[in-house]
Design a protein around this ligand. Structure first.
Ligand code: ATR
Length: 320
C-alpha cells in the first residue's frame, strides 16, 4: 500500500472485513454442543415426504442445544398411508411433539385428539404436542403455526404494521389463501388479490368478505400506493420464471415494502427489483424461523431462541 507521501505504509486494519469474517465464523461454528444422547433423551420429529432437505432438524436441534435440553429433533420420511401409524408410534414412544409438512398437514386434522383454535382456523395441522393426561394416557393436540409465522416475520423482519395496512397479495393457491386470511385476521385495511386464475382470488375474496367484513378486499391491481406487496406464488423458484408482478399495472416504487415467501433463491428477481426501487425487502426464511419458534414454545413453554434458530436455518439452507 502506498501513502500520500509515496512511502510504503503498513496495511490499515479493515474493520469491515474483520466484521464479515467474524459473522462468517459465527455462521460456521455451532453456538453450543448438544448433550450426548442417553436414556433420558426425548424426541421430536418432522414427518413429511419428501423430507431429505428439511432445515427443521438443524433449526430445532440448535434451539434445544441453546437451552441445554436433552432433546433431539429428527426428520422422518413418512408416506401418507402410514401417517396415522407414525403419529401413534410417536405417542407410544413418549415423543415431545411432531411437526408435519407436505403432504400431511390436512390429513392430520382427523388424527389428533384435540384441535387448538389455530388448527381449527386454518383447517390444517403443522405441529402436534403430546400431553400427559391425569389418567396416565397421552393426548395429542394439533396446532397450526404457519400463519402466525408469516405475520411475525412481516412484523419482525420487514417492520410492517399490519393493522390498517394496504396490501397487494400475489397468488391464490394454498399459501396465498392462508396469507390472505391471516392478513384479514390481523385487520389490514385494504387487501388486493391478484392471481393468474382470477376465479381462485374471487373465492378467497368472498370468504374474507364473509369472515372479516371490515377488510376492503378487491380482486385486481390497486391504483393507489401500498404498504406491502407479498408474493405467495411459486414464481421465482426457477431462474427462468416470469415476475409474479406486472410492473405495468403496479410499479414497485408505489410500495414501501416487498415480501417474497420464496427463500431459495435468497433474492428472487422480484426482491432484486424491489431493492432497486428503494423498498424494504425480506424473503420467506423468516416464516420458517417464526413458525418453528412458535412450535418450540408450544413444546417447551419457553421463549424460543429465534436468533439461534435463524442462524441454523440459514446455514442449512444456504450453505448446503
Ligand atoms: P402453494 O401451496 O405453495 O400455494 P399452489 O397451491 O400450487 O402452491 O399455488 C401456487 C400459486 O402460484 C398459485 O397462485 C398459482 O396460480 P394459479 O392459481 O393460477 O395456478 C401461482 N402460479 C404457479 N405457476 C404460475 C405461473 N406460471 N404463472 C402465474 N402464476 C403461477
Amino acid at each position: 500500500m502506498v501513502g500520500a507521501s509515496g512511502q510504503t505504509c503498513p496495511p490499515a486494519l479493515d474493520f469491515t472485513l474483520l466484521i464479515q469474517s467474524f459473522a462468517a465464523y459465527k455462521l460456521r461454528v455451532p453456538q453450543s454442543p448438544l448433550p450426548a444422547i442417553n436414556a433420558a433423551t426425548r424426541l421430536c420429529a418432522v414427518l413429511g415426504s419428501p423430507i431429505r432437505h428439511s432445515a427443521s432438524p438443524a433449526m430445532h436441534n440448535a434451539a434445544f442445544a441453546a437451552l441445554g435440553l436433552n432433546w433431539r429433533y429428527l426428520a422422518l420420511e413418512v408416506d401418507p398411508k402410514n401417517l396415522r401409524a407414525a403419529i401413534e408410534g410417536a405417542r407410544a414412544m413418549g415423543f415431545i411433539g411432531l411437526n408435519l409438512t407436505v403432504p400431511h398437514k390436512l390429513l392430520a386434522v382427523e388424527m389428533v385428539d384435540e384441535l387448538d383454535v389455530s388448527a381449527q382456523t386454518w383447517g390444517a395441522v403443522n405441529t402436534i404436542k403430546f400431553v400427559s393426561a391425569e389418567n396416565g394416557d397421552t393426548r395429542t393436540i394439533g396446532y397450526n403455526t404457519d400463519a402466525e409465522g408469516l405475520a411475525t416475520s412481516l412484523r419482525e423482519d420487514l417492520k410492517v404494521q399490519l393493522r390498517g395496512a394496504k396490501v397487494l397479495l400475489l397468488g391464490a393457491g394454498g399459501a396465498g389463501r392462508a396469507a390472505a386470511l391471516k392478513l384479514a385476521e390481523e385487520n389490514v385495511a385494504e387487501l388486493y388479490l391478484v392471481n393468474r386464475t382470477a376465479s381462485k382470488a374471487e373465492e378467497i375474496a368472498a370468504e374474507i368478505r364473509q369472515r372479516r367484513p371490515a377488510v376492503k378486499v378487491t380482486v385486481g391491481y390497486p391504483q393507489s400506493t401500498m404498504d406491502l406487496v407479498l408474493n405467495a406464488t411459486s414464481l421465482g423458484l426457477k431462474a427462468t420464471d416470469a415476475s409474479p408482478l406486472d410492473a405495468s399495472q403496479f410499479p414497485l416504487k408505489q410500495t414501501q415494502a416487498v415480501y417474497d415467501m420464496i427463500y431459495k433463491p435468497a433474492e428472487t428477481p422480484l426482491l432484486v427489483a424491489a431493492k432497486a426501487a428503494g423498498c424494504r425487502t425480506a424473503n420467506g426464511i423468516g416464516m420458517l424461523v417464526w413458525q418453528g419458534a412458535r412450535a418450540f414454545t408450544i413444546w417447551t413453554s419457553q421463549p424460543a431462541p429465534a436468533d439461534v434458530m435463524r442462524m441454523a436455518v440459514e446455514r442449512s439452507v444456504y450453505e448446503h
